[in-house]
Design a protein around this ligand. Sequence first.
Ligand code: SAM
Length: 340
Amino acid sequence: MSIVDALNRPLRSLRLSVTDRCNLRCHYCMPEDEYLWLPREDVLTFEETARLADLFAEVGVDRIRLTGGEPLLRRDVPELVRLLAARPWLRDLALTTNGVLLADAAPELKRAGLHRLTVSLDTLRRDRFQRLTRMDVLDRVLAGIDAARRAGFTGLKLDTVVTRGDNDDELVDLIEYGREIDAEVRFIEYMDVGGATRWRPEAVVSRADMLARLTDRYGPIAPVAETSSAPAERFRLADGRTFGIIASTTQPFCRTCDRARLTADGVLLLCLYAQHGTDLRRPLRAGASHETLLRVIQAVWASRADRGAEERRAVRDRGAFIPVSVLKRDAHLEMHTRGG
Ligand code: SAM
């Protein structure tokens, strides 16, 4: 059975955040010194997560992305991959990682049945990587990417958040690196989601700006015609290479958003910008029946009218979406809790 929300959008894709912890401190996501973490006892077990995933499958989900925080910080995450990969309803199982721990994890993730990997990579320069993430570990990320390829992951994606004055001079280098390792780069516009406490409009490099810079270097760029709900719009260079742009800030794609998010402690969120969620952990742990939980998920999705990114675009004098003082009281508003 599939369901649609108040704007007639189906529920197809589920992003499972498996931890709120991260081993990097990216300037656009975790720039503060101190964070409020989810209590460990609230974090769902893999069996609980898989049980909830089965419920989502009953209402249309057939794609799952594991994210975080940094998902590879969660001990035994290949075990969750194994549990999910065995589900007959699952068509696509992907994981987004910063790559720091990937070198060791890649073979096990492959054996466990993970279909696809996306690695976040904002720069190829060591000093810059350290400045932007507060960790000197670019070599480990590159080794992780290498290990993923050797483990047999094809169709690798590299996600790059482009911010003005930080890495907007590396678009070409990243595309060239992607060509060398047979990965597709996706440039992401800087978003003012929770966590991005230093966001300001001038720091956003728009899709139009990125295309203009790449056209200067590569000549005409053609859009790739696709009908999909994927957030990235894909483009082809004259030599056939492709890349993507996720224009969540200047050209949001709320109208086709078929994604739900589940935090590591079982809170269901309907939008990256949602300020409230629905706690599924409590009823799950209190012994709610399959039907009761299913009815909750159905009712929540049926009433969904969120268009967070579109509403943000309409805001004048835009700054950070959630002030630090509010983030410090509610971890669920943080990007690293809800997963990217
Ligand atoms: N730790 C993993 C990683 O680095 O890929 C997964 C979690 S991370 C929150 C997921 C994605 O969200 C990353 O690609 C990250 O760059 C992106 N992200 C975080 N904050 C963002 C922001 N303010 N604007 C755009 N993308 C952001």
